[in-house]
Each structure stands twice: as structure tokens, then as C-alpha cells.
Design a binder for this molecule. Sequence first.
Ligand SMILES: Nc1nc2c(ncn2[C@@H]2O[C@H](COP(=O)(O)OP(=O)(O)O)[C@@H](O)[C@H]2O)c(=O)[nH]1
Ligand SMILES: [Mg+2]
Length: 313
Amino acid sequence: MVESKPGWWRRLSEGLSRTSRQMSDQVVKAFVARPLDQAQLDALEDMLIEADLGPRAAARIAREFGAQRFGKACTDVEIKEALAEAIAAELAPRAGRFEPLSGPRPYVVLFIGVNGSGKTTTLGKIAADLTGRGAKVLIAAGDTFRAAAVEQLKVWSDRAGASFISRPNGADAAGLAFDAARKAKDEGFDVLLIDTAGRLQNKQDLMDELTKMIRVLRKVEPEAPHEVLLVLDATVGRNALAQEDIFGNAIGVTGLVVTKLDGTARGGVLVPVAEASDSPIKLIGVGEGIEDLQPFDPAAFARSLVGLAETSA
Ligand SMILES: Nc1nc2c(ncn2[C@@H]2O[C@H](COP(=O)(O)OP(=O)(O)O)[C@@H](O)[C@H]2O)c(=O)[nH]1
Ligand SMILES: [Mg+2]
């Protein structure tokens, strides 16, 4: 899996600070050490909905919280602790691990998602993490639709010290995937990371291209791709759910990456996304930097989201 780098907690909590600031302010405002009553519970539920946790999870969490605390006065830290636990409990069954170095070699990873969701950036961050751990990484520039996409990926590839394979603009992405898989196999690469287009002339063309890429990969490696990561942009909020539907149904997604959690005050959107998804959340993006991709740790995420420190004292 992507390793947690030094300073990961700071990156996570800074990344989630837009959401946690908002939640903290509201917790303090709504619950200043008076016995918990129904009005406060309603305020809590509204706050969770505002942070995009979705009405169902918000109701469950508020109910659970009320069952434990009704009629008791509590400090803001106690409230946050209880909230973090409830949010983590919602997310825990929906977390998965991305472990490209524990699988077969070459381990083939396909990145899919709409334009701008963060596919190329996520791929670049993963490449850097893997080469940093001594893995031999090949990157395939499967977004042949836009010339700029290839250049952007090449920059990430050079930075990571990975090998790179591309084709001229407009070339067949499936052909490139095939050549990349052959090269990865023949030359003993540990991991093959394949970028894809987020948009073609229309949605059907894109789905056809992705299924064709998968089909030809399997001619080289019957088990490939070992991982299909769907990259979702948290700042689009619940619209991400629709993307999961489209890609999830057409292409077999094995894991989600939720990016740009630093760019929204509604980081709680992870909860309804996790709830609706058939595949687990494996990684989260909390910034544009090379180290701003993290394994998804529900407990750490939930604590950070409500503005708590790394561990309880
Ligand atoms: N703030 C922030 N920006 C991100 C994150 N991930 C990606 N981005 C930015 O989102 C934009 C689109 O990313 P890109 O990887 O090109 O998306 P793609 O079209 O899916 O390949 C770029 O400007 C990235 O720097 C993240 O976790 N946080
Ligand atoms: Mg891209």
C-alpha cells in the first residue's frame, strides 16, 4: 500500500481543516456544556448533513449519540470523540487496502474517472511512493486523447524515476496498454500504472475504450488489471456518486480513491460515497503535493474530520 510518510497526520488534518473548522465551530456553538436535548440533537444532525454525510448516516449518528448522551452535559471534546467514533464505525466496513507490491508481478493498475478528478496526479503520487520503496515501475500514458495529458504524466514519471511509455496524440489506447503490459512482463517490472482518458467524444466511446484496454491487457496477463482504481473528486460532493454508478457498472472497479478532500468543507461526503459504493475506499488525496496521498484509515480520517488530535490523551 502507499506508505504513510512522516508528517502524515499533519497533512491529513490540514487537508481536512476546512471541514473540521466548520464542524468544530458548530459543535462549540450548539453544545456549550448544557444537558443534551432534542434541539441540540437536531442541530447535530443538520451539521452532519451540511458536512455532506448524507441524511441516513446523519440520522443514525445523531440517534446513536442521543442514546448515549441524552440529558447529560458534555464538553466539546467529548462530543467530538463520540462523533469521530460514530463516523469511523460508518466507514470501517468500507475501507480497503491498496497493496501493489504484495500481488503478482507485474501488478497492473488502471486509473479511471472523469476529467479533472485527479487520475494523473494520483498515479504520479503512487509511482513516487513505489519507486521510493525500490520498486521498478512502468507508467503508461493511456490518456492519448489530449497531448497535454501525456506531458503532465511525463513530468510525474521523471520526478518518480519511473519508466514511461506513450504514443502520439490520438493513438489507440488499447494498443498502448498491450505494449505496456508486454514490456512490463518482458523487462521484469514490479508494477505497471496505466493512466486513461476521462472523456472521449461521448460516454459510450469512453466505456468502449476502457473495456477494450482491459480485454487486450488480459491477452498478456490473464489476471490483469489487478486493480482498477476509480478516482473521485470530493469537491463535486454527492455528484461523485453518479460517477461511481457509471464507471462501476461498466468497468469492474476494485477500489476508490477520493481526492481533493483539502478543497472542500464537506469532507463528510466520504460517508455516503462509501455507503453507496460496491468497492472499498483505498486511498485519499489531501493535497496536490507528492506526499499528499494516503491509505484510507477510517479512524484517523474521522478524528481529523471533526478536528481532534491524532490519538485521545
Ligand atoms: N487540492 C488538491 N488538488 C488535487 C488533488 N488531486 C489532484 N488535484 C488537482 O486536480 C487537478 C486535476 O488533476 P489531474 O490529475 O490532472 O486529473 P485527471 O484529469 O483525472 O488526470 C490538478 O490541478 C491536480 O493538481 C488533491 O488531493 N488535492
Ligand atoms: Mg489526466
